[in-house]
Design a protein around this ligand. Sequence first.
Ligand code: ITT
Length: 194
Amino acid sequence: MRELLIATRNPGKVAEIKAALQGLPLTFVSLEDTDAGDVEETGATLVENAVLKARVYGDWTGKLAIADDSGLEVDALNGAPGVASARYAKSDSARIDKLLRELASVPEARRTAKFRSVIAIHDPAIGKTAVAEGSAEGHILSARRGEQGFGYDPIFLYDEARKSGGEMSREEKNAVSHRGKALAKARELLKQYI
Ligand code: ITT
């Protein structure tokens, strides 16, 4: 079976990627199983950063690699934090608190937002990189809801599910989320590499 390097340091993403790709003839390897250092995300877009991570980690380890770059675009903040979602504040909890503060005076109807995920797959053996994208519409809640998921999940209400990411199991979230949709396409793309 071919090895697939899940090239992210985010354990929440690792779990969602594994759940969405189960059943494919692949064994999963994590970055912790390699001696790869950290890649600086210098891209100006999610696509650039996803491709950068898949290429650098794939070439570094010689393994087929999958990477994700995601961002939360809040309409009332003109699309921020967007590509800078991970750098918005120092921890998941500080990022949520900052977003809640910035939106404190914005009424519910204007708290619309979109999550985007770009998945890149890179095969160092043939030097080929493929990309899949997914997005999900939602609203930023005014307080946390639920304990599941990670990152901004407790305050992002998925319009399709009418639940926050914090209130959904991994499988429920993958069925409606930006990453789940990108991974469904990535699953098809991966068949060419197996
Ligand atoms: P890697 O670069 O190692 O993959 P990261 O957490 O730094 O991990 P990103 O650069 O893609 O990932 O940053 C995206 C930010 O958005 C980060 O703060 C995540 O916690 C958050 N995020 C991404 N996907 C999310 C999701 O499905 N639900 C909630 N928050 C999410």
